[in-house]
Structure formats: C-alpha cells, structure tokens
Design a protein around this ligand. Structure first.
Ligand SMILES: *C/C=C(C)/C=C/C=C(C)/C=C/C1=C(C)CCCC1(C)C
Length: 241
C-alpha cells in the first residue's frame, strides 16, 4: 500500500503527541479523584483525548487517509477525522450537559443533532461531485447551528440553576465550544474537502490540529482545572429534576 501522507504529517504527529500528553495529564490528575460523580467528568474527558490520540496516530502513519475522486481530481481525505469526531463530539457535549445538569431529553437532543452533523459531514467528505459535497456541507452546518441554538437556549437555562461557580465555568466552556466548533466548517470548505482549493492540505491539517487540541485538551483542562467547582456540579441536587 502506498502512503498518501505528505509533509502535513508534521502536524499530525504534533496532534498525536499533544493528545497523548493531554490524556496522560488527565489520567494523572484523575487518579486521586474518589467522588464517582466527579470521576464521570474525568472518564469522559480521558476518552475524548485518547480517541483523538489514536486517530491522529492513524492519520500520521497513513492508515486513516484515502483518496476520493471528484470529477478529474483525486482529493486526499483523512477519513479518520470523522471516526474521531463521531465519538469525541458527543462526549464533549456530554461533559457540558452534565455540568449544566441537563435532563435526558436535552442530552439526547444534543447528541442526536451532533451525530447528524458528523454523519452528514462524512457524506460530504466522500460525495463525488462538488455540488453534492457543498449540499451535504450545508446540511451538516445547519445541524451545527441548531445544536448551538440548544447550547445557548435550553442548556444555558439549565446551567443558570446551578451554583454561580458552575454556571460561570459552563459559560466559559460553552463560549469556547461556540467559537471553535464554528471554525470547523469554515476550514473544511476552504480546504481540500471544499474543492475550492483556497487552503492547501498542509495548512488545513495545521488548522484542524490547532482546533482539535483546543477543543479537546484545552476544553478538558478548563473543565477539570477546579476541583471545588466540579464538586458543586457533582452535588446530588444538580442532575435531579
Ligand atoms: C474534537 C473535535 C471537534 C470538536 C470537532 C468538531 C467538528 C465539527 C463541529 C465539524 C463540523 C462540520 C460541519 C458543520 C460541516 C461539514 C464538515 C464538518 C464535519 C467539518
């Protein structure tokens, strides 16, 4: 098998190392946590960065990449991104929803929209004509916008019923998610996948790496930073009603 990985492997290796170090850091911090509710946040966050570490390794070593023919052009598509995101983005939302004390229906709605977003985004990446690729991108972006609407609406309302410290931590993480997640469809459409060829694969890979590290390791770092705040979020009254 010939490897399709070009000079962008530099960024994929940085991603692999960053996700691995993030995982080790969270595991190290989580070892002394005894409260089962608080352990939940650690377990979820550790899975987020470890899944990403494995998928970055797959991409860096040439396993997680393929070619998709669009017209007379062969695009290099890193499919392992979608295999990563289909698991890690619902886990990120679960972290946020547990922090806000959301009920099951809200959690299910968020995760449903998210799977719809990544699912249709994956179809976009493999579609065979520029027109259908952009159409699927539009559907996926619509799912993202509805998802963010739920974050700003229902989930933020839930968070306001928590202690001020938890509500403030939720606000920080929610804003981080809004800003970072909105950049993914932008990088995608400007990059190789969009077929406009505005952003070369090398820089697209760098941009996704920075976004992924911020949205996973950065997010986890802020979430798990304060034990006293998480203790409040994990208090029995939080998830009830
Ligand atoms: C750790 C990984 C994260 C937070 C990934 C988030 C990914 C997205 C928000 C992707 C969104 C996309 C669209 C809205 C349009 C189609 C292309 C995607 C999949 C990049």
């Amino acid at each position: 098998m010939t490897t399709l990985v070009g000079p962008e492997s530099l960024w994929l290796w940085i991603g692999t190392i960053g996700m691995t170090l993030g995982t080790l850091y969270f595991v190290g911090r989580g070892r002394s946590v005894r409260d089962p509710k608080m352990q939940e946040f650690y377990i979820i966050t550790i899975f987020i960065t470890s899944i990403a570490a494995v998928m970055y390794f797959a991409m860096a070593t040439g396993f997680g990449v393929t070619e998709v023919v669009v017209g007379d052009e062969a695009l290099t598509i890193y499919w392992a991104r979608y295999a990563d995101w289909i698991f890690t983005t619902p886990l990120l939302l679960l972290d946020l929803a547990l922090l806000a004390g959301a009920n099951r229906n809200t959690i299910a709605t968020l995760i449903g929209l998210d799977v719809l977003m990544i699912g249709t985004g994956t179809v976009a990446a493999f579609a065979a004509t520029p027109g259908t690729r952009i159409a699927w991108w539009g559907i996926s972006t619509a799912a993202l916008l509805v998802l963010l609407y739920v974050l700003v609406g229902t989930l933020s309302k839930n968070a306001r019923n928590q202690s001020p410290e938890v509500a403030s931590l939720f606000g920080t993480l929610r804003n981080l998610v809004i800003v970072l997640w909105l950049l993914y469809p932008v990088v995608w459409i400007l990059g190789t996948e969009g077929t406009f060829g505005i952003l070369p694969l090398y820089w697209e890979t760098a941009a996704f790496m920075v976004l992924d590290l911020s949205a996973k390791v950065g997010f986890g770092f802020i979430l798990l930073r304060s034990r006293s705040v998480l203790e409040r979020a994990a208090a029995p009254s939080a998830a009830a009603a």
